[in-house]
Design a protein around this ligand. Structure first.
Ligand code: A3P
Length: 302
């Protein structure tokens, strides 16, 4: 991947995060000092954990199921990605500023670990929704993402090994999840799992509605679940990111074909089974069974 990375350390704990130098130069301080409002909603995830799915669900719930607007305005405008420009070469739209000036109530997406998020999140305490997904499916999903969106030219084996050794963008994964798991019982935090959304989306929609203080009829909820289904999202040009991918690829002088890669890709739990050797599977199993999880009663879902 053609990017310079840096290891950013947390002064207060032994946490760290690996981020592009561009992020450090252009976003880090501005994000730490970012102004937060009480009526914000934040969606925080490690990449590939179901962020886009959750963004659409939450935006719809917050905006009185406004299908008309949702079908004419791209999701990345309705719910912008705070540090986006800091992680992509050849892309300089100032998303920190766009997020800052977004009309309220804002819905902001970030993949940053807890210690790199704005300080005011912990004093102003807006609603924060965190979504976790099992690392094996994330590793597979992130591998395809890197091949198509970050010009990764290495092997799948090397990628999985780097994943299990916490060696690339936004890593380490386990502490990203655990830091939010530890605060999951705070009243402004909702902790969701991708696997629960796959198993019973209606239930997770209802849980999220309650958290956001919104009420809809059973018919409205069923209609929303159809709108959020994999097939519907894959077709939906306001969500499927095909146009954004085309724009970024063309800026980098590359071609994009929707047949080759689609951001709304497989959408399965257990997709790793057909993509990993027994050895890679074992390596990632070891990663999933991080000894520090026991102390906090945490386990990934499969
Ligand atoms: P796969 O690559 O495993 O298919 P993120 O938005 O955090 O980058 O996550 C992307 C992952 O969420 C992709 O996983 C994508 O297919 C999946 N996804 C997006 N919308 C989905 C939906 N409606 N149902 C199930 N999975 C979905």
């Amino acid at each position: 991947v053609n990017v310079d990375f840096m290891k950013i350390k947390d002064n207060d704990t032994d946490n760290y995060c690996i981020m592009p130098k561009k992020f450090v130069d252009t976003c880090l301080d501005r994000i730490k000092n970012f102004e937060v409002f009480e009526d914000d909603t934040w969606i925080v995830t490690y990449p590939k954990c179901g962020t886009t799915w959750t963004q659409e669900m939450v935006w719809m719930i917050l905006n009185n199921l406004n299908y008309e607007q949702a079908m004419k305005e791209d999701l990345y405008k309705r719910s912008p990605f705070l540090e986006w420009a800091g992680i992509i070469n050849n892309f300089d739209m100032d998303f920190v500023d766009i997020c800052q000036k977004l009309s309220r109530p804002r819905l902001i997406k970030s993949h940053l670990p807890l210690f790199l998020l704005p300080d005011q999140l912990w004093t102003v305490k807006p609603k924060i929704i965190y979504v976790a997904r099992n690392p094996k499916d994330v590793a597979v999903s992130f591998y395809h993402h890197h091949c198509h969106l970050h010009a990764y030219k290495g092997t799948k084996e090397d990628f999985f090994e780097a994943f299990a050794k916490d060696l690339t963008l936004y890593y380490p994964f386990n502490s990203h999840v655990l830091e939010f798991w530890k605060i999951r019982n705070n009243s402004n935090i909702l902790f969701l799992f991708y696997e629960d959304m796959k198993k019973d989306l209606e239930n997770e929609v209802k849980k999220t509605m309650e958290f956001l203080g919104k009420k809809y009829s059973q018919d409205e909820i069923e209609k929303l679940c159809k709108h959020l289904s994999f097939d519907s999202m894959k077709q939906n040009k306001m969500i499927n990111k095909n146009d954004e991918i085309r724009m970024l690829k063309e800026a980098a002088g590359e071609k994009y074909s929707e047949e080759e890669f689609s951001f709304i890709r497989k959408g399965q739990v257990g997709a790793y089974k057909s993509e990993m050797s027994a050895e890679q599977n074992q390596m990632l199993d070891d990663y999933c069974n991080d000894p520090k999880f026991k102390e906090f009663d945490f386990a990934y879902k499969f």
